[in-house]
Write a protein that binds this ligand. Structure first.
Ligand SMILES: [Zn+2]
Length: 259
């Protein structure tokens, strides 16, 4: 937790069984301010409220999202294997062209100068291909794995934060929160971009499922399975939301960054 004014770490002191946090006031901007404390349980309460926003109310929507993301990662891995194979074949082909080039030079078919220019261009193409192959994995797959990890972590955090020990709580805060700040005697928290998007989708999910349920009450007893059907259709409406298809800001996707 940091001081919003100077950006330095808040320090904690134990007093009568409670922890109190305050700016260490080493910075000029904070030195002359009145000394204020924040109670740790107040901070925890704000954190818990923020975590509750992350909880997706539909287990089946959540399972579908995680499964689809996992299958995306697997597809990306298959695709990677294919690209890797094609790239290797291409590299082998360039190497064999380079060998023929060398033979041509020995046989006096081409000049030394022509050999060097051509040889250099072959070598630089191989280097480019090898670099592309090395970066392929980290760029696509890691981003998706990270998305699955964040989604699962956010749900665990929202459900079981209270039961976690201090180390686990700290880990959750580091992973999900951009910052937790002591500001004007209160706490202000910001989720990381991806966590904020999970919160937003969860909230839309809550809205949509909630509105379907209240509609149900006006049709009481008309059909036994109406409630179930409505829940199913609500889920169908929610899948594209979670995939990011209805996200208007294209730079800011939780899951599918490519379109
Ligand atoms: Zn300060």
């Amino acid at each position: 937790m940091t001081c919003a004014t100077c950006g330095s770490q808040v320090s904690w002191q134990l007093q009568k069984g409670r922890y109190y946090g305050a700016c260490q006031r080493r910075d000029e901007r904070c030195k002359n301010r009145k000394y204020k404390y924040i109670r740790e349980d107040v901070v925890q309460e704000v954190v818990k409220q923020e975590l509750e926003r992350l909880l997706c109310p539909s287990q089946s929507v959540l399972e579908w999202v995680v499964e689809s993301m996992q299958s995306d990662v697997e597809k990306a891995a298959d695709n990677r294997a294919e690209v890797e194979q094609n790239t290797k074949t291409r590299i082998e082909r360039i190497k064999s062209m380079d060998e023929s080039l060398y033979d041509d030079k020995l046989a006096g078919v081409i000049t030394q100068e022509r050999y060097e220019t051509k040889h250099e261009s072959f070598m630089s193409e191989i280097e480019t291909l090898e670099l592309a192959m090395a970066s392929f994995d980290s760029a696509v797959t890691e981003r998706k794995r990270r998305g699955i990890y964040m989604l699962e972590l956010s749900q665990r955090a929202a459900k079981y934060y209270d039961e976690k020990d201090d180390d686990e709580k700290r880990q959750i805060l580091i992973e999900l929160f951009e910052n937790i700040m002591f500001k004007n005697d209160a706490v202000s928290v910001n989720l990381k971009d991806r966590a904020e998007l999970i919160a937003k989708y969860s909230s839309k999910t809550r809205e949509l499922l909630g509105s379907r349920k209240s509609n149900d009450r006006t049709f009481t007893n008309s059909e036994n399975n109406r409630g179930q059907n409505n829940e199913k259709s609500a889920e169908n409406a929610l899948y594209p939301l979670w995939q990011g298809h209805v996200e208007s800001n294209h730079d800011f996707r939780f899951w599918r960054p490519m379109y």
